[in-house]
Each structure stands twice: as structure tokens, then as C-alpha cells.
Design a protein around this ligand. Structure first.
Ligand SMILES: C[S@@+](CC[C@H](N)C(=O)[O-])C[C@H]1O[C@@H](n2cnc3c(N)ncnc32)[C@H](O)[C@@H]1O
Length: 493
């Protein structure tokens, strides 16, 4: 691989001889793409042969690999002796705070849970976040549905909370459910763990005639055409689908005028691998970045830049392997991603962000071009991530990165955030907006054809004081080794 500097020097000479320049350029492009195909063949031959023979492992992998995001975990032992549903109800009733009780959960609207002792100990969420606490104690691997007479079928088929985040996100992407912001395991003072869903609270307007029938038709059509599967023992004729309000599961969002179905727990997902494959097809063009490959991308040549978890499909980079390369560096430096907000500049499909969420990051905010950010939104939700937000737009020197942050991250200090600047410097330089973003540590990755790492660290240092903590090299996917470096921001003199 020729370094960026050397290439520029050769270019500056050849540019004086246009015919020769064109020949050398075409030869170099052919050479580089041949090199990529050979590399691909060596690294992915068994996987490519397997998928060519139609023996995909996806059928088994999605339930094992998803959701990628680790549930948030909070110890509320010091603020509440118990989260027993009876106690929660009594506490709220005594203070006249509104709450809603369903068969399997208690729902606390935003102003209610923020007024409880849980308010100060839970992480910051968007202002419109409500809290739905499962009535049955258990961690994220426990089933949501409570065992009751007449519920045998549902009990057998039901998903644990962890997998149910996929169903929630799927229904949200189809426009029939509110947004899920998180799944939290809360340990009370008696050391009992309760699982809660942090969900978008919807201000409602009255239902209109026909809302229930249209919703049921929409849900039935989703079941016919995709991975959604109804598990309720009573089927479509059960009271959860009866007019006028689907047993209080149907609401109308006053802001958008849309009807939403709030009990996603009547459903699970089946054959989700086919859905993920379809999704990968629809986002390949947006994710693709750099040279094309016939082997990976067929006639069009475009292929995924980042591997999608749960799907056995090679890509240019493997976020999972990349973060594994970071783990020992972070450990040696005593830097943890857990509980931090991570800012990912040029995030592509957001899948490095998904890996940060796997390590327990509190939130991930990513920036990329509008169509890429829209694809990232679909992919992140589809692999079970919820603690994220994205800004779509071209990154320019004048981009105010801090202005893109969601409200609940605006008060974060440098120690609470990590910057992810991976394979992006060569495309946008060191963005001046980095200075106004809160972060203490930067996870930096260079490019395959880079010069010495020190050159770039010195460039950054000229803009803002930083210190290089440790470095290494990483090689994954169809990519040659690149420098990685853990960089710490220093106080301004
Ligand atoms: C080489 S990829 C790196 C992606 C990701 N950081 C990673 O390492 O996996 C560069 C990403 O930056 C985005 N990008 C490049 N230039 C950009 C710009 N000017 N504005 C917004 N996004 C840009 C591309 O769309 C692409 O997703």
C-alpha cells in the first residue's frame, strides 16, 4: 500500500503529463481492486462458498447474537427497600401521582417516575421517557408475561425481556409502537432485580372511529408479510384487539395524529434472519464506502462497510473485532466505556456505536451523511439498540457538533464522554467542532495508507492540547492494518 503522502507526491509530478497520468491512474485502480479481491478471497473464502451454497447460519445466529446492546443496570438499594408493584402503587397513590396498571406491568409517566426515589439514580433519558416496570421480578432474561390460568400458550412462546426489545423496535420501525429508549435491570434494597422498559411517553388525543379496526388490519398484515407473530392465547379475536380501544392498548398520538399499539408483548418475532437479510440489502448502498468488489458486491460492486451483528455477511470492517482489539488498550489505561456517552463521528451504520452499547455505554450519538444516518437508525433499532441518537448532515469545518447533541446529554462533562474518531480524519480532517464537544478520551483510528501517527497527533495538538496514551495496529474485515491510538484531552493552559 502506497502512503497518502507518497501518492500525493507522485500525483504532483504526473499531473504535468495528462496522458501518462490517466494510464498510471487506471493501472493503479485496477491493481488496488485486484488486490482487494485476492484479499477478500483469502479472508472470506469459506463464508463466501457457504453462502453461495445457500447454507446460511443466520437462522441460528440472530437469537444468539441479538440484541447487541447490554441492558442498563442500576443499583437502587440505597433509595428504595423494594420495587414490589404493591409498594409502587401505594407510594404513587399517597402522593396523587398518576400511574397505569396493566396485567404484566406498571407504567409510570415521565413526571411520576422522576418524582420517585428512582428519579435521581436512573441515568438521564429524553424528557418524554416513561417507565414501564414488569410486575414479575426478574432480570432481562426473565419472561415479560406472567404465568396465569389460560395463558399457557403465551407463556411457552413468549420472549424474555432482552429479546422483546427487538419486537419493540421492529414495531416502532413499522410505525405502530412508540420508541423504546432502554431496558433497565433495577436492583432494590432487598437485592431483588426488576426489569423496566424506558419508553417514549405519548400525549394522547381521543381515538377516532375505526382506529381499532385499522390497527388490527395493519398488525395482521405485518404478521402475514414479515417476522411479527401473535402469541396471545385468544388470537385475533381476543379482547386486546376489540374495539373501541383494544383493551386500552390503542392510543392516538396527539402530536402526529397516529394510532399506536402499546402492548408489544402480545407478539414475538419469527424468521427474523430473513428480515435482517432484506434490511442489509436496503442499506448496502448507503453503507458502502471506498473501492468496490465483485466478490462481495456482485455486479454493482457495493458491499457493507460495517458487518451487521446477527447476520453472517462479510463487510469491509468488523466492528466487533475492532473493539476487541481496543479492549486490552483500554484496560491497561484504566479507561472504561461503561456508563459513558460515546460520540461517534462519521458513524456509518452506527455499528461501532452498537459495540460501545454492548460494553454498557450510557448513550451513543453518531454523525454521518443524512442517508447514511437514516440507514443507521434502521439498522441500530433492528439489532436491538435503543440508547442512541443520530445527526444526519455533511460534516464541515464549520459544523457545530455540540448543537446536534440531544437535550439529555447537554449537561455532560468531559469525564462522562468518549469520542470515537475512527477512519474519518482523512475525510474531514480534525473538525474544529471537536473542541466544543465534551470528551476526555478519544478512540482514534487512522487509515490504511496513512503516514506516521505522530504527524496527525501533532496536527490535533495544534488545535487543542492532547496527549497520546497508547497505540496499536488493527486489521479486520477486508482491510489492511491501521494505527489505533488512545488520546487524552488535556486542560488548556
Ligand atoms: C471510512 S468510513 C468510517 C466509518 C466508521 N467511523 C468506522 O470506522 O467504521 C467514513 C464514514 O464517514 C462518513 N463521511 C465521510 N465524509 C463525510 C462528511 N463530509 N460528512 C459526513 N459524513 C462523512 C461516510 O459516510 C462514512 O460512513
Amino acid at each position: 500500500m502506497i502512503s497518502r503522502e507518497r501518492r500525493d507526491r507522485i500525483k504532483s509530478v504526473l499531473i504535468r503529463y495528462p496522458a501518462l497520468f490517466r494510464v498510471v491512474r487506471a493501472t493503479y485502480i485496477t491493481y488496488a481492486s485486484l488486490q482487494r479481491e485476492v484479499f477478500t478471497l483469502f479472508r472470506f473464502a469459506p463464508r463466501l462458498i457457504k453462502s453461495g451454497l445457500g447454507s446460511s447460519r443466520d437462522r441460528e445466529t440472530w437469537q444468539r447474537d441479538l440484541p447487541v446492546q447490554r441492558p442498563m443496570s442500576v443499583d437502587a438499594g440505597s433509595v428504595t427497600p423494594t420495587l414490589n408493584p404493591q409498594q409502587i402503587k401505594a407510594w404513587c397513590s399517597a402522593r396523587k401521582l398518576p400511574f397505569f396498571e396493566g396485567g404484566d406491568a406498571i407504567y409510570l409517566p415521565p413526571q411520576t417516575w422522576r418524582a420517585t426515589p428512582l428519579g435521581p439514580v436512573l441515568p438521564g433519558y429524553p424528557a418524554n421517557a416513561g417507565l414501564k416496570i414488569a410486575q414479575q421480578a426478574g432480570n432481562a432474561d426473565a419472561p415479560y408475561v406472567m404465568a396465569r390460568a389460560g395463558r399457557a400458550v403465551a407463556q411457552k412462546l413468549t420472549f424474555p425481556h432482552r429479546l422483546q426489545t427487538l419486537t419493540f423496535n421492529y414495531m416502532h420501525l413499522q410505525g405502530v409502537a412508540p420508541r423504546l429508549y432502554d431496558l433497565i435491570e433495577i436492583r432494590d434494597g432487598s437485592k431483588v432485580v426488576w426489569t423496566a422498559y424506558v419508553v417514549e411517553h405519548v400525549e394522547t388525543s381521543p381515538l377516532q372511529q375505526g382506529d381499532c379496526e385499522s390497527m388490527v388490519e395493519k398488525l395482521r398484515s405485518l404478521e402475514r408479510s414479515g417476522p411479527l407473530k401473535l402469541i396471545s392465547g385468544a388470537g385475533w379475536s381476543g379482547m386486546d384487539f376489540e374495539p373501541p380501544n383494544c383493551n386500552n392498548n390503542l392510543i392516538r398520538d396527539a402530536a402526529s395524529g397516529r394510532a399506536l399499539y402499546v402492548d408489544v408483548h402480545n407478539f414475538i418475532l419469527e424468521g427474523y434472519d430473513a428480515h435482517l437479510r432484506g434490511l442489509a440489502e436496503t442499506v448496502t448502498e448507503q453503507s458502502h464506502f471506498g473501492g468496490r468488489s465483485r466478490l462481495l458486491g456482485g455486479k454493482r460492486g457495493s458491499f457493507l462497510y460495517q458487518e451487521i451483528p446477527g447476520l453472517d455477511r462479510p463487510a469491509k470492517r468488523s466492528p466487533r473485532m475492532r473493539l476487541q482489539a481496543w479492549d486490552p488498550l483500554l484496560e491497561r489505561a484504566g479507561v472504561s466505556i461503561e456508563g459513558k456517552a460515546v460520540f461517534d463521528i462519521g458513524c456509518n451504520l452506527g455499528l461501532m456505536g452498537a459495540e460501545y452499547l454492548r460494553r454498557g455505554a450510557r448513550w451513543m450519538h453518531g454523525w454521518d451523511q443524512p442517508d447514511v444516518a437514516a440507514a443507521a437508525h434502521q439498522v441500530l433499532l433492528s439489532i436491538g439498540c435503543t440508547r442512541f441518537s443520530l445527526t444526519g448532515g455533511a460534516l464541515r469545518p464549520e459544523t457545530d457538533l455540540a448543537a446536534g447533541l440531544p437535550e439529555h446529554l447537554r449537561t455532560i462533562g468531559n469525564d462522562g464522554a468518549i469520542l470515537s474518531y475512527l477512519a474519518i480524519r482523512g475525510h474531514v480532517g480534525w473538525l474544529p467542532g471537536l473542541d466544543k464537544l465534551p470528551w476526555r478520551y478519544m478512540l482514534y483510528e487512522g487509515h490504511q495508507e496513512d503516514a506516521d501517527l505522530d504527524t496527525y497527533v501533532a496536527e490535533l495538538n495544534a488545535r487543542m492540547p492532547v496527549r497520546l496514551i497508547t497505540t496499536d495496529r488493527v486489521s479486520d474485515g477486508v482491510s489492511a492494518p491501521r494505527d489505533i491510538a488512545l488520546i487524552e484531552r488535556q486542560p488548556r493552559a
